[in-house]
Write a protein that binds this ligand. Structure first.
Ligand code: GDP
Ligand code: MG
Length: 594
């Protein structure tokens, strides 16, 4: 295909502003999907995406339009998946910045706009959902124009739902997004912007060709690893994969299949070149996404450990951002410490493990990564609170911090500041986007954000505030480890690293919760919360004498035996902490965040 007729663009927006719906209409209007096969969120191919109505993976589709070839990439909007967005941007020359005409600009609108501007993309501002009675196109066109520096009349208006304005938008893409430029005669260079594992075909690698040409049955070279593979199939997606005999040329977006089984062999951000005639320089890739949040994952039934391992291995084939390593807990047995990009990522991984692999899991409370500097100068990285060193030899503890941006109607400034202040936030600045909407910027510890920060923000602002954050290094903080002890023995799964000012509240809360959850035993069980050797809270579970045989009034031997058997069964689901029997449910309940 002549690069002059190619237009590569993506749709970026805050979550729920209508990217996937607009993408649906584009598929329909360009005739790529006929009305009969159309279904909502066509490109959200995972069940979990369709059920939750969110996009997790970016999707690229080729659309014929008016003698041109449009490659459209639908992107996820949630903050955890920003790295997906930034990858997609590098495969494009233009971006449709979509804003809900009833909501206005929100936190990820800004975050995505900045990403697109950094990638030097041509930006097309568009108001969506103009069919809604609550739409305020005049007001928000002005807001949007003010943000990107154009006239309100330059802001297009569409409805992804009814299709109104979508043809005009496609025409506008053709007219305003620059065609790709590249050297057709140079050695091939293609950027891998995604790779997914398919059970039947192995890894499918999505590429954008920058220079040269990639063909079928060609030996290709992955430049970062020097691994070579043969392309078994190469093609475009429209809307399903379509093999192409001609291969892919300058500016084209498509896929290739080499028979490789592991997505890590086909690293996102890597450059593909031809093995026979290799390029000398790699394309600028991406930074590998770093896990920000960790949690322990354990099978409720200890026998399912091998299945859990296998499930994680399989999931990782599709999700290169997922990391894990085996870990053992005295309380929970064998499991894994798993690293995630954020809380939504964590929820999704857990849900996929349970649904797609039929596992029942306990997860420990999420935590961030801490760097601990000891007095002797040695350092350690703590991803599991129970590994936090105890004793007085800690010199400094560092925690990750974020640059957080909150957008909300101005009436909520007070409430927002109160929440942020209560979570050790430092105000960095505040701007009015229009007379009644503000952007508030804070430096906030990541560890504070991962505990229902967003829920609180939503409830205190009646759902009007939106939040975006990005990592901003680390800061020293006064953090301590709180242990929870049963009969003097620490239960590793309940240890937490918290700020000194919140240690007491955490301790009291956990001790109370456990007193409710753990059944009485034959002896008294003290529950203590402690920082090192210092006890900060204490509860007691009083002893009972549980004589199962008392009910049997002597006599019937077989009945007695049955009861004893039953008691033994019950014990199997108990975990022993020292001498204390803790039912599995108590752990599940104590660890569930409500
Ligand atoms: P995404 O998160 O940006 O991909 O948003 P979706 O496309 O999943 O849409 C979010 C919600 O907005 C869904 O309930 C859509 O049905 C609805 N929606 C999207 N576009 C329109 C529109 O143009 N008009 C109306 N009324 N609703 C829309
Ligand atoms: Mg979507």
């Amino acid at each position: 295909t002549d690069p002059a007729v190619i237009r590569n663009f993506c749709i970026i927006a805050h979550i729920d502003h209508g990217k996937s719906t607009l993408a649906d209409r584009m598929l329909q209007i360009t005739g790529v999907v006929d009305d009969r096969s159309m279904r909502a969120q066509y490109l959200d191919r995972m069940d979990i995406e369709r059920e939750r109505g969110i996009t997790i993976k970016s999707q690229a589709v080729r659309l014929p339009w008016d003698g041109h070839v449009l490659n459209m990439i639908d992107t996820p909007g949630h903050v955890d998946f920003t790295y997906e967005v930034s990858r997609s941007l590098q495969a494009c020359e233009g971006a449709i910045l979509l804003v809900d005409a009833a909501q206005g600009i929100e936190a990820q609108t800004l975050a995505n706009l900045y990403l697109a501007m950094n990638a030097d993309l041509h930006i097309i501002p568009v108001l969506n959902k103009i069919d809604l009675p609550a739409a305020q196109p005049e007001k928000f066109a002005e807001e949007l124009a003010g943000l990107i520096g154009c006239e309100p009349s330059d802001v297009l208006r569409v409805s992804g739902k009814t299709g109104e304005g979508v043809r005009e938008l496609l025409d506008h893409v053709v007219a305003s997004v620059p065609p790709p430029v590249g050297d057709a005669d140079a050695a091939a260079r293609a950027l891998i912007f995604d790779s997914v594992y398919d059970t039947y075909r192995g890894v499918v690698t999505y590429v954008r060709v920058i220079d040269g040409h990639l063909s079928k049955r060609e030996r290709i070279l992955m430049m970062s690893t020097s691994a070579t593979h043969e392309t078994l199939e190469i093609g475009v997606i429209s809307p399903e994969p379509k093999p192409s005999e001609r291969g892919l040329g300058v500016g084209e977006v498509g896929y290739l299949i080499t028979g490789v089984k592991d997505v890590r062999q086909s690293r996102v951000g890597d450059t593909v070149t031809s093995a026979a005639k290799s390029a000398r320089e790699m394309l600028a890739g991406y930074e590998h996404p770093k896990p920000m949040v960790f949690s322990g994952l354990y099978p409720i039934d200890g026998d399912e450990y091998p299945e859990l391992r296998e499930a994680l291995d399989k999931l990782q084939l599709n999700d290169a951002a997922l990391v894990y390593e085996p870990e053992t807990s005295a309380a929970l047995g064998f499991g894994f410490r798993v690293g995630f990009l954020g809380l939504l990522h964590m929820e999704i991984v857990r849900e996929r493990l349970e649904r797609e692999f039929g596992l029942s899991l306990i997860s420990t409370a999420p935590n961030v990564v801490y760097r601990v500097v000891m007095e002797d100068g040695s350092e350690l990285t703590v991803t599991n609170p129970s590994e936090f060193p105890t004793g007085g030899k800690i010199a400094q503890v560092f925690e990750p911090v974020t640059k957080s941006t909150i957008l909300a109607p101005a009436e909520f400034i007070g409430a927002i500041m109160e929440i942020c202040q209560g979570r050790r936030g430092q105000l960095q600045g505040m701007d009015y986007l229009s007379e009644d909407r503000v952007e508030i910027r804070y430096t906030l510890p990541l560890g504070e954000i991962i505990f229902d920060f967003f829920d609180q923000l939503k409830s205190r602002t009646r759902g009007y505030a939106s939040l975006d954050y990005e990592p901003a290094g680390e800061a020293e903080a006064d953090l301590v480890k709180v242990d929870i002890l049963l009969q003097g023995e620490a239960v590793d799964a309940f240890s937490a690293i918290v700020h000194k000012d919140k240690a007491y509240a955490y301790g009291v809360d956990m001790a109370k919760k456990l007193r409710e959850l753990i059944p009485r035993q034959q002896f008294e069980v003290p529950i203590q919360a402690a920082i090192g050797a210092r006890v900060i809270a204490r509860e007691n579970i009083r002893a009972i004498r549980k004589d199962v045989l008392a009910k049997c009034y002597g006599g019937d031997i077989s009945r007695k035996r049955k009861l004893l058997e039953k008691q033994k069964e019950g014990k199997k689901r108990m975990k022993m902490v020292g001498r204390v029997e803790v039912p599995q449910e108590a752990f599940v309940a104590a660890l569930s965040t409500d």
